[in-house]
Design a protein around this ligand. Structure first.
Ligand code: CP
Length: 293
């Protein structure tokens, strides 16, 4: 069994292997993998939770339902004791989303595979992998692509996961955000300076739930300064694509009309997420054959 915790842990070869496996699953690969899985979501989710459940059913895995709100978590049971309990009853892998960054460090000694479904503002490896799969499907390569990541970067586990992986694969990454949200990234505030040279515009959600002070901007002013407006979209390269991990604040990061525009891959990302999560589950339960090469 193998953990999938952070994009930092994956080599370029392992990333490419996982993308290859996602494509094989799309093509109907039916390699049987047995196992019992539990999805533990301590933070809200629609896409990640539902696409993992879809992936688990497509793989024929046994999925035990777990609702944190009806579990002994409400009696104060710790994450460690919860996962230790699942290990004791014979669960093979858990998908965990948790608000605590690097929550998985306290679970390292357990004999159960852990797939990180998002840890606070830390990492979201399966989102990053499905984003990479979507980019590869579109362009066939990462080398020389200009990817612009724009939005609430400091609070974004998606930005953190994608930045390093994209650079590892040969893409050039630019960050655009208000100074208040740049975190550890070298960023600019001017989307207009890069919009016409960008191949992939990856927009990020404004994460109000992680802000500890009142918003210093209105929806309209954020959209005008940092969002993909209809005017900016017209400046994009012919083949450039729009991505967003979603959920989308329509009219804030992106104009409502552009969410389903021809160059938007937002719903394609969700479709790809199912195949990518099949690959992630296979990796966690069976390991990666990349090491045999
Ligand atoms: N992109 C993403 O992680 O969406 P959910 O929060 O709905 O899972």
């Amino acid at each position: 069994m193998t953990n999938l915790l952070s994009m930092k842990d994956l080599s370029k070869e392992e990333i490419l292997y996982l993308l290859e496996r996602a494509e094989a699953f799309r093509q109907g690969d039916q390699l049987p993998i047995g196992g019992t899985v539990v999805n533990l979501f301590f933070e809200p989710s629609t896409r990640t939770k539902m696409s993992f459940e879809m992936a688990e059913r497509k793989l024929g895995l046994t999925v035990l339902p777990f609702e944190t709100g009806f579990s002994s978590v409400l009696k104060g049971e710790t994450l460690y004791d919860t996962v230790k309990t699942l290990e004791a009853i014979g669960v093979d892998a858990v998908v965990i989303r948790h608000e605590q960054e690097a929550y998985y460090k306290e679970l390292e000694a357990l004999n159960i595979a852990i797939i990180n479904g998002g840890d606070g503002s830390g990492q979201h490896p399966t989102q990053s992998l499905l984003d990479l799969y979507t980019i590869q499907e579109e362009f066939g390569t990462f080398n020389g692509l200009h990817v612009t990541i724009a939005g609430d970067i400091a609070h974004s586990r998606v930005a953190r996961s994608n930045a390093e992986a994209l650079q590892k694969l040969g893409a050039e990454v630019t960050f655009i955000c208000p100074d208040e949200w740049k975190g550890e990234f070298p960023s600019s505030q001017h989307l207009d300076e890069v919009i016409s040279t960008t191949d992939v515009l990856m927009l990020l959600r404004v994460q109000h739930e992680r802000h500890h002070t009142d918003s210093w901007f209105s929806k309209e002013s954020y959209h005008e300064q940092y969002g993909l407006t209809i005017q900016r979209e017209r400046l994009m390269k012919n083949r450039a694509i729009i991505m967003h991990p979603a959920p989308v604040n329509r009219g804030v990061e992106i104009a409502d009309e552009l969410v389903e525009a021809p160059r938007s891959r937002i719903f394609k990302q969700m479709e790809n997420g199912v195949y990518m999560r099949m690959a992630a589950l296979e990796y966690a339960l069976k390991g990666s054959r990349v090491w045999q090469f």
